[in-house]
Write a protein that binds this ligand. Structure first.
Ligand SMILES: Nc1nc2c(ncn2[C@@H]2O[C@H](COP(=O)(O)OP(=O)(O)OP(=O)(O)O)[C@@H](O)[C@H]2O)c(=O)[nH]1
Ligand SMILES: [Mg+2]
Length: 428
């Protein structure tokens, strides 16, 4: 365990300040850090040079010394200049919120795509900070405590300072970033191809989105359970920030041709580094191209409204703001009588993924959203197009089917968009 102190600036009596500091502590814990002390300063505006005021810098330095901390973690994205100045003034490594998030992502990334994305975000973050960071690393003896190399930039430690060296590092990082961009483009193309293949099967797609730890993965597992999904299709659910980094897509079969694809995605957090949002763009593309978004919230968290806003803002930035959505008020078992669940109110559903309360109601609401444009139609499909018949059987609720001399006569209920696909066979 690495001993750390947390430092925060409360700008203009921000009502969310205390919560933001708590969240920073959870992030630190997820990095295997032990929080020894916290220093807070109230300011009307952050100090451009050192984030906290100059007197406070000295106080924080002494506090870190007193509790024998190895680093000071600041609850904000420090500018490269602030980070360097603070580093000059302190005897301990200076890290910020972004460093922690990058570290957690670096540890949790499993697939090649996630690893490439995290490395790319880490290097982009590191590039303008090389001077300060080198100091932090050498001060820590090069090991950089948890995880090896803050911000996925490991391997650069302990090489002595010096301008030439720095220039070399810079060029190496730029070269690596170009390589990563190439590799990521290739992976993105693969993903786009997979998605296109899925699209061709025309199953509607639904994406779980929301703040980290809200219960998205638990909800996916709950829907699989209720719909008789196989055990090995379950995904990891865990009480920690960013348990899920990779997008998983599962087919959910509630019956009566209401199948849809459900994707579980990486969670959001306040002040998510921009480079990371960009880096995870392709992972989140499953959400961006979904037919329906389920915003999952931890309804028992008093900050669920702000958390929803963070998710909505991030998705808007990724150009997914227009997609129809349902609001899932999860973990309602913690704050409401279980007998009162599920509760529906417009596009909101209060439920408990963990206790499997309200899953059927959610499935019904999803069905309503996805298939409300259903229309009844009669078609005559010639025997030469057997593929159209099987496609219809899979995607529409087929009511009657008669084999006639010139083809199959079908009466079915299907989505308007699907009907357009078989336009030529429609009997009017
Ligand atoms: N009491 C209660 N706990 C829940 C409920 N749903 C999820 N949890 C718990 O919340 C924690 C986080 O759940 P996950 O499903 O991993 O959350 P997530 O949104 O996938 O989180 P990330 O993958 O980190 O973004 C777990 O410990 C779950 O058991 C619920 O309805 N009620
Ligand atoms: Mg998850």
């Amino acid at each position: 365990m690495q001993r750390v102190i947390l430092v925060g600036v409360n700008l203009n009596n921000d009502p969310n300040f205390a919560h933001s500091m708590e969240e920073l502590e959870s992030l630190a814990q997820a990095c295997d850090m032990e929080v020894e002390a916290t220093a807070v300063q109230n300011l009307p505006a952050a100090n451009a040079a050192t984030y906290i005021g100059s007197g406070k810098v000295e106080e924080v330095r002494r506090l870190a010394e007193m509790v024998q901390a190895e680093c000071a973690v600041f609850d904000n994205a420090l500018s490269p200049v602030q980070q360097r100045n603070l580093q000059e003034a302190m005897d301990v490594a200076v890290l910020d919120r972004t460093n922690l998030i990058l570290e957690i992502f670096g540890r949790r990334a499993r697939t090649r795509e996630a690893k490439l994305q995290v490395e790319s975000a880490g290097l982009q973050y590191m590039l303008p900070r090389l001077v300060g960071m080198r100091k932090a690393l050498s001060r820590q003896g090069g090991g950089a405590g948890a995880g090896g190399g803050w911000g996925a930039g490991g391997g650069l430690a302990n090489r002595g300072a010096g301008e030439t060296r720095l220039e070399l590092d810079r060029r190496r990082i730029e070269k690596r970033l170009a390589e990563l961009r190439r590799e990521l483009t290739a992976v993105e193309q693969d993903r786009a191809t997979q998605r296109k293949r899925r699209r061709e099967s025309v199953l509607p797609s639904v994406a779980l989105v929301g703040y980290t730890n809200a219960g998205k993965s638990t909800l996916l597992n709950a829907m699989l359970d209720v719909c008789g999904g196989r055990e090995e299709k379950r995904v990891l659910e865990q009480d920690m920030l960013f348990a899920t980094l990779d997008t998983t897509v599962r087919r959910i079969s509630p019956g009566d041709n209401g199948d849809f694809l459900l994707s579980d995605t990486v969670g959001f957090i306040d002040k998510l580094p921009h480079a990371l949002v960009k880096a995870f763009r392709s992972t989140l593309s499953e959400a961006v191209e979904a037919d329906l978004l389920l915003y999952v919230m931890d309804f028992s968290d008093p900050h669920y409204r702000e958390q929803l806003k963070v998710s909505q803002d991030t998705l808007r930035e990724l150009k997914a703001g227009h997609i129809p959505c349902l609001f899932v008020m999860n973990k309602a078992d913690k704050v409401m009588e279980e007998g009162a669940l599920p509760k529906l109110s417009g596009d909101r559903i209060y439920l408990s993924a963990k206790k499997r309360l309200g899953i059927d109601a959610l499935l019904a609401a999803i069905r309503e959203k996805l298939f409300s444009g259903m229309v009844e139609c009669r078609m005559k499909i010639p025997y030469t197009d057997g593929a159209a018949v099987s496609w219809l059987k899979e995607h529409a609720a087929v009511r009657t089917m008669e084999y006639e001399a010139d083809g199959v006569s079908i009466f079915a209920e299907c989505r308007r968009s699907d009907m357009a696909r078989l336009e030529q066979y429609l009997c009017r």
